[in-house]
Design a protein around this ligand. Sequence first.
Ligand SMILES: [Zn+2]
Length: 96
Amino acid sequence: MTWGTLMSRAHGMCEFCGGMDDCLPVEVEGAGEMLVCAVCDSDPPVEHWRCLEAASRSDVPEVQVAVWRKLGAIETPWAAEIRSRMTLLPEAQALV
Ligand SMILES: [Zn+2]
């Protein structure tokens, strides 16, 4: 995926939290690429990941896969709850 395609899909915003600072393409293993900001890429405090509630409603398979994996790595009840409410696209389901 080209930088321009990724930027326009993500509207220039982090596809995890919507932040606009220093967004860079990050590989989602096996799925493709997504745009991630410096904060999300820097191992932020667990509360930061509350942003995944909004990201979990993305209709981009790569983002769904990344959100699903991230939520699975966060050991809090709210992360499990957001994950349980996600409806994965078939393309994403095949990858998680
Ligand atoms: Zn972010």
